[in-house]
Design a protein around this ligand. Sequence first.
Ligand code: SF4
Length: 409
Amino acid sequence: MELQALDQYVEEIEAASPGRLLDRARPEVRVALIGVLDSHRELTPEQGLLLYQAEGDDLRALIKCADLARAADCGDEVTYVVNRNLNFTNVCFVGCRFCGFKRQRWEAEAYDHSDRVLLEKVAEARRRGATEVCMQGGINPQMGPLRYRELLELIKGAFPEVHVHAFSPMEVMYGARRARMAYRPYLSMLREAGLGSVPGTAAEILDDEVRETLSHKKVDVANWVEIITTAHAVGLPSTATVMYGHLEQPRHIVNHLTLMRDIQKQTGGFTEFVPLRFVHHNTQLFKLGLVKEPPPRGLFDFRLYAFSRLYLRGSINNLQTSWVKLGVDLAALTLKTGCNDFSGTLMEESITAQAGGQEGEFVPVDLIEEKARAMGRVAVERTTLYRKLYDQRAPNGARPLAPAAPPPA
Ligand code: SF4
């Protein structure tokens, strides 16, 4: 479906009455949707499987209910964070088949940024109003045993006010092994050094069989869960993510979200859920023929987002769309299929771009505000941990940049 047709599709759903759409859905779909929407009844995995495969009238009813649940639980604000990605190295030995970002250290495009370059990038981000630096990189076999702590000390030493959101569970696993430390003291040490929160990436699909094909060297499910729950336990919140549109079956998505829901009940440490569409062009998965062309953009994404909103209802409140994976226009439409958060400005994005993504590296605040308005909503800047920054707005609604930090000496 073209973007215009998708736009019309969500508009028609928005205009229709919930009763009419629910009446047209199959009875078992209707029961599940009414239960979660009206009574906050948690969807069972069986209902999840049913809803995740919804099509036609069932899908329209699913999207309508997700949008109503979003309005009831989050209101009409669309949150976003002014942040900068900092991919400090692309040298990596892990070899994930879905990744187009990694390089071997002898390749021409390999890099490992110096401290000076990193500080310049953070200084530039601060001058442009960033409150967060999101720092992740390849798993570089030549890094020093305490490199991640040193990176935190470097950045927090120069910019103590910046929130550092960094180090996926894969990086934490590798870093802890290099430092010869257990996860708990290692994560506590990073927190002491200034780490503010952890990306819940490297999750892809939390199913060891699927992971074996995606990347047999990657952190396994047990370690991913242990690292994330330990991070939460030592006071480091994290995001929760899923990568979809590759080898996974519906049951993998449902099991993955069930696990996220269970972890959240145990720790309360997830700040948001972020579905990430697989970008295939420059990946081994695609080149080896293990994955064909992923499903067309549009309804497939709407269903995943709407399903996530309802399946996680009562556990993870914030659902983040990804303009990097979907493009700004399609991401804006997902604001009507359950999403309440537009992610960040990023300023620099290599991981998806290197996999063949063509959506750019930066979205200015003005564009986020414009897209939110076009969807009948209002954009509000937030911090990484979802504190809303209304106070940064001038009376005329203009959003001043945060004070610029001086460039590093
Ligand atoms: S996804 Fe991360 S760990 Fe896997 S190959 Fe790419 S950079 Fe390395």
